[in-house]
Design a protein around this ligand. Structure first.
Ligand code: GUN
Length: 286
């Protein structure tokens, strides 16, 4: 079997187009645009690129972005003060604290400082809890985008065996919750999992989110599976690759996401959606 490519770039473009219309409607109805507060601490070049892309995407759909930069030497109190300012700012409906934070800053404490109603990334423990108990709240952007990509195949998630590789708070854990919420049978694998190839081979759906270049081998993949590759890694020669050995996996999978152009564009589209939904919830609660 040769896999069909899941074109995340095209699906994200459709999402952004639909969002642009919804943002316009919101802005006309309420007299102000949705706003995203973006906080970048330190000088990690990759984070700077991600943040710039998120802000550009906001602008394109009509969402205001409010950017604050802090040096790598910033104290916890300085980061907290900016979060507090954004929590209190009525123009800001979603707050994004770009991760990772420089060493020495307590990431969990800073994420918990963001008001749960403005938690566009869905990383606050209250929103993580809502996801776990099936209550509406903010859902982390990457796993939310992955669900849209899986759904784009038209295959049923209910009853399927979904294998999630990786257990981070940003992707693996919320991904497992979302799949469970759609009645998949979910296995979460990680660095201590025994017989990983045999476990992955049971997956009708495989989501790879480990951050290790091409570690998921093609012959691990079940014939016809849906393979979603969340990884973005650099090979030694500088070229980009995912967590899955794409060429070999595409020989067996039914559907597969490319890297780049798969999951990445969806993450940003879902951030815009979360920001708009936060603005709608706030406007409707008045
Ligand atoms: N760093 C890597 N991925 C993410 C993300 O989705 N959100 C934030 N805030 N930081 C990240």
């Amino acid at each position: 079997m040769t896999a069909q490519i899941i074109d995340g770039k095209a699906i994200a473009k459709q999402c952004r187009k639909a969002l642009k219309g919804r943002v316009k409607e919101f802005t006309e109805q309420y007299g102000h645009a949705p706003g995203l507060g973006v906080i970048l601490v330190g000088d990690d070049p990759a984070s700077a690129v991600y943040v710039r892309n998120k802000e550009k995407a906001c602008e394109k759909v009509g969402i205001n972005s409010f950017h604050r930069d802090l040096p790598a030497t910033a104290t916890q109190e300085q980061v907290a003060a900016i979060i507090d300012e954004m929590n209190a700012d009525d123009r800001v409906h979603g707050i994004l604290l770009q991760l990772p934070l420089p060493k020495g800053l307590d990431e969990q404490a800073m994420l918990a400082r963001i008001h749960p109603d403005k938690d566009a990334d869905g990383f606050h423990p209250i929103n993580a809890g809502y996801l776990a108990v099936g209550k509406e709240g903010y859902v982390p952007c990457t796993p939310k985008g992955v669900m849209t990509l899986i759904e784009s195949t038209g295959q049923s998630i209910e009853g399927a065996h979904a294998v999630v590789i990786g257990r981070s708070n940003i992707v693996g854990k919320p991904q497992a919750q979302l799949l469970l919420g759609k009645n998949a049978t979910v296995t979460v694998c990680h660095s201590r999992t025994r017989n990983l190839p045999e476990v992955v081979a049971q997956g009708d759906i495989v989501v790879a989110a480990v951050g290790r270049p091409e570690m998921v081998k093609g012959d691990w993949i079940k014939e016809g599976a849906i393979v979603i590759d969340v990884g973005i890694n650099r090979r030694d020669d500088g070229t980009l690759c995912g967590d899955v050995d794409y060429d070999a996996a595409a020989e067996r999978a039914g559907w597969i996401t490319p890297v780049p152009g798969g999951v990445g564009p969806m993450t940003i589209a879902m951030l815009l959606e979360n920001t708009l939904e936060g603005a709608i919830r706030k406007a409707e609660s008045r």
